[in-house]
Design a protein around this ligand. Structure first.
Ligand code: AMP
Ligand code: ZN
Length: 130
């Protein structure tokens, strides 16, 4: 654990999931990351990948404080996509990795999490009305 990390924050939804206090459908449990299905999926496959450690509120903070862990978060997302069959999906191969950051992007949980989306053709980037 680095100096910026807290092992566990009792007020954090994703810490509580990582600790097994709130049920989730676990996809993959590795040393430093937990992957579980999003409760409100936005695509046929929608998995969230979190570092188990608390202390990084979003992607920018993670990259600044622990770039090595940020790199491995991306690799973990790619591995989850491969395990979910998205990378070489017979009909529509490929997937999207998303790191929502703060209010404009609708971030709701401030424990950094990578969205892995796929299993269908995904709409291209959207935005609120211009
Ligand atoms: P974000 O909007 O990027 O902060 O993403 C938070 C995500 O967490 C949303 O897509 C929610 O649907 C998802 N979520 C909220 N509560 C749970 C839960 N208990 N289990 C799984 N996913 C959840
Ligand atoms: Zn947390």
């Amino acid at each position: 654990m680095t100096s910026t990390e807290t092992a566990y924050d009792d007020n954090c939804l994703f810490c509580r999931i990582a600790a097994g206090q709130i049920p989730a459908t676990i996809v993959r449990d590795s040393a430093d990351f937990l992957s579980f299905r999003d409760i409100n999926p936005q695509a046929p496959t929608h998995v969230l990948v979190i570092p188990k450690a608390h202390g990084y509120r979003d992607a920018g903070e993670l990259a600044a404080k622990n770039p090595e862990l940020a790199g491995r978060l991306i690799a973990e997302g790619a591995e989850v996509a491969r395990l979910e069959g998205l990378a070489d999906h017979a009909d529509i191969p490929g997937y999207r990795l998303v790191l929502n950051t703060d209010d404009a992007a609708g971030q709701t949980v401030y424990h950094v999490h990578l969205h892995v989306l796929g299993g269908d053709a995904l709409g291209h980037f959207g935005s609120a009305a211009h």
